[in-house]
Design a protein around this ligand. Structure first.
Ligand code: SAM
Ligand code: SF4
Length: 359
């Protein structure tokens, strides 16, 4: 069986900068798109030379706002990947889109270009909160985009941000019910975090109080688990995104674009890659820590045998066993000889679990 990899393509441009966002992105217009795409293709060729026996199982266009890329350039990038590597017959090709299309027929054009999974950044389902979040779309545009996406694609998702300041649980419950009514395959739900150096942080906007946010999270888990969207990751529900699962399971991936990073095996060593074409070998310790940080985000958890194959260290010897047993007795994790996984209660305090295990 060939080693499978994902390809992440990062587009660092947006129409405007949202006040909560600290992702690598700029509100400047891209004036040399064709030239940049050519560089991306050359970077793909370079990474292919390091991973030519691998099989691609997913491509993910993320951002920034990759729906600003011309569809013919999206097609060019997909064609470059598929002509360089062998690809899985069920390859997942996702793109993150903002609802207000930069041109008519955007979603049809993206489908023709080769995208087969569309993820829409909706963020809120009322105009007042969309405005507060600094989004450039209105609710009517969001609803229209959802309708188009569910018409043109078989695999689709939306992102919503909750635990907004002053948001009441009743309002969130209403939005969640509405989100379920769209008939999407997948829903991503993120608690608003106030990131350093964002406009929200500079304005002194405070995150929702911890207990209120936890109440919303618990409701979200229960509601979605009983309405056709089983939780599989801390913020993700429904039919799993193959590409993102690759990150959480410690699979290799190639990243191109200014804000992209990657993980590639070369001669049984694991390298972290960053733009432009920088490679740094990870130590077993570093690799083990990231496998725990990523692997505990998914409810499936970490397979201990797989873990030791991936980093060369024994799981039970690497972690703090005393703390592991305490976490298990508190019903925050389930620990067996084969696996360790977080409970739904544990997902609420994941940072503490990771800290305890790795210290
Ligand atoms: C790469 S970002 C953006 C994708 C796309 N440009 C958009 O805005 O719709 C992916 C998701 O992260 C979430 N996100 C970004 N910043 C956040 C924050 N500070 N708190 C919570 N969620 C956040 C948003 O839901 C966003 O859709
Ligand atoms: S949330 Fe999306 S659209 Fe807004 S600045 Fe971040 S990447 Fe750009």
């Amino acid at each position: 069986m060939p080693n499978t990899i994902g390809i992440y393509i990062h587009w660092p441009f947006c129409r405007s900068k949202c006040p909560y966002c600290d992702f690598y992105s700029s509100a400047q217009k891209c004036n040399n798109e064709d030239e940049l795409i050519e560089q991306y293709c050359q970077d793909l060729e370079y990474y292919h030379s390091l991973s030519d026996n691998d099989q691609v199982r997913s491509i993910f266009f993320g951002g920034g706002t990759p729906s600003l890329i011309k569809p013919q350039n999206i097609e060019k990038l997909i064609d470059t990947v598929t002509s360089l590597w062998s690809c899985s017959p069920q390859i997942e090709v996702s793109l993150e889109a903002n609802p207000n299309s930069n041109h008519p027929h955007m979603f049809q054009d993206l489908k023709i270009a080769g995208i087969n999974r569309l993820s829409l950044g909706i963020q809120a389902l009322n105009d007042a909160d969309l405005k507060f979040l600094g989004r450039t779309h209105k609710l009517s545009e969001a609803l229209h985009a959802i309708e188009e996406v569910t018409t043109f694609f078989n695999n689709h998702s939306i992102d919503l941000i909750y635990a907004r300041p002053n948001q009441k649980i009743e309002n969130w419950q209403q939005e969640l019910k509405q989100a379920v009514s769209f008939g999407l395959k997948h829903i991503s739900l993120y608690q608003l975090t106030i990131e350093e150096n964002t406009v929200f942080a500079k304005k002194g906007i405070k995150a929702l109080e911890e207990n209120a946010a936890a109440e919303m999270y618990t409701f979200t888990q229960e509601y979605l688990n009983t309405h056709g969207y089983p939780q599989y990751e801390i913020s993700n529900f429904g039919q799993p995104c193959l590409h993102n699962c690759g990150y959480w399971q410690g699979e290799d991936y190639i990243g191109v674009g200014a804000g992209a990073h990657g993980r590639i095996h070369i001669d049984n060593k694991i390298f972290a890659t960053t733009h432009p074409r920088q490679l740094e070998e990870l130590t077993s310790q570093e690799r083990a820590e990231e496998l725990i940080i990523m692997g505990l985000r998914i409810l499936e958890g970490i397979n201990k045998k797989h873990f030791s194959e991936q980093c060369g260290l024994n799981f039970d010897s690497f972690v703090n066993l005393e703390k592991l047993h305490t976490l298990a007795s508190q019903n925050l994790i389930i620990n067996t000889t084969e696996k360790i996984r977080p409970t739904t209660k544990g997902l609420l305090v994941l940072n503490k679990i990771i800290e305890d295990l790795c210290c």
